[in-house]
Design a protein around this ligand. Structure first.
Ligand SMILES: [Zn+2]
Length: 281
């Protein structure tokens, strides 16, 4: 499912502002709500629209759009306790004051790009998580305030959190805040993927890409992450009745990695191809 189907109001809003007059976009944006992964996707989509040199569509193949989808755009940076730290920064649990200073200093020079800094947390498995007062402390937030208040041209700060009360008020008061409702379904069903995944361990290795294509087809109706979650649900259900099938545990982990790849914006067909080569032995 496309972000624009999931959050039509928000995507329309950002699209129209950026297309008509990007200067009207707030320099500091805060998303809050339980679905941090969708917040992160929305942040990347804003960064893409701001930097796209093509037609701004979901399929645009301009270099900026490609870089952002691949997570390697030089001016679109995720800032977390593990991402984009100075080499000799030994802080492990927080976004450090030094990270904030690094950003401040980088803004002194001009850039060809619209720079976007996405502030969030990341857990030990690499999943995007929200900011709170432990991982994003007052000293770090305060050292950013000046950059947010008197922003350089073409710079946008985006903050992701579950609950606005988890962030210090000085950031909230300087940001345009958007609530993102949860659309995630927490269930254990696998009805959508069953026709494709049933007894997948019997599928011949030569059929791996065919299998991948079938999974890709499912994403026309469902979000790729939901397809992957249903794969995991199926594997878990089989594992419960065949606890000795240890390979299922490896497969569940492989699918977890694929979910993370989707969440950082990799294209689903590439992710499914790689996954199927692992699942179809
Ligand atoms: Zn583009």
């Amino acid at each position: 499912m496309l972000l624009s189907d999931k959050y039509p109001f928000l995507t329309n809003y950002f699209e129209s502002v950026i297309k008509s007059n990007p200067d009207r976009l707030a320099h500091s944006i805060l998303f809050y709500g339980n679905d941090i992964e969708s917040q992160y996707k929305m942040a990347l989509e804003i960064a893409r629209l701001l930097n796209c040199t093509g037609d701004k569509t979901d399929e645009c193949q301009c270099l900026n759009c490609k870089w952002i989808r691949e997570g390697k755009h030089p001016a679109v940076l995720t800032i977390s306790r593990v991402d984009n730290k100075p080499d000799d920064d030994s802080s492990k649990t927080v976004i450090s004051v030094r990270q904030s200073e690094l950003i401040r200093n980088s803004l002194i020079t001009s850039s060809d790009f619209h720079r976007v800094f996405i502030f969030c947390d990341r857990d030990d498995d690499g999943n995007i998580r929200g900011l709170n007062q432990f991982n994003f402390q007052e000293a770090t937030a305060n050292s950013l305030l000046k950059s947010i208040e008197e922003p350089s041209e073409r710079v946008t700060f985006i903050f992701l959190t579950r609950d606005k009360d988890d962030l210090i008020s000085t950031i909230i008061s300087r940001s345009q805040c958007f609530f993102m409702p949860t659309r995630k379904r927490a269930d254990f069903s696998y009805d959508k993927v069953l026709p494709v995944i049933e007894n997948y361990w019997d599928i011949n290795r030569a059929e791996a890409f065919n299998f991948s294509e079938k999974l890709e087809t499912l994403t026309k109706e469902e979000d790729a992450v939901i397809v992957l979650e249903q794969l995991q649900n199926y594997m878990l259900a089989v594992l419960k009745t065949n606890p000795k099938q240890r390979f299922l545990i490896d497969d569940i982990k492989s699918v977890e990695l694929s979910k993370q790849e989707i969440n950082i914006g990799m294209k689903s067909d590439t992710v499914f191809d790689e996954l199927c080569l692992k699942l179809i032995r």
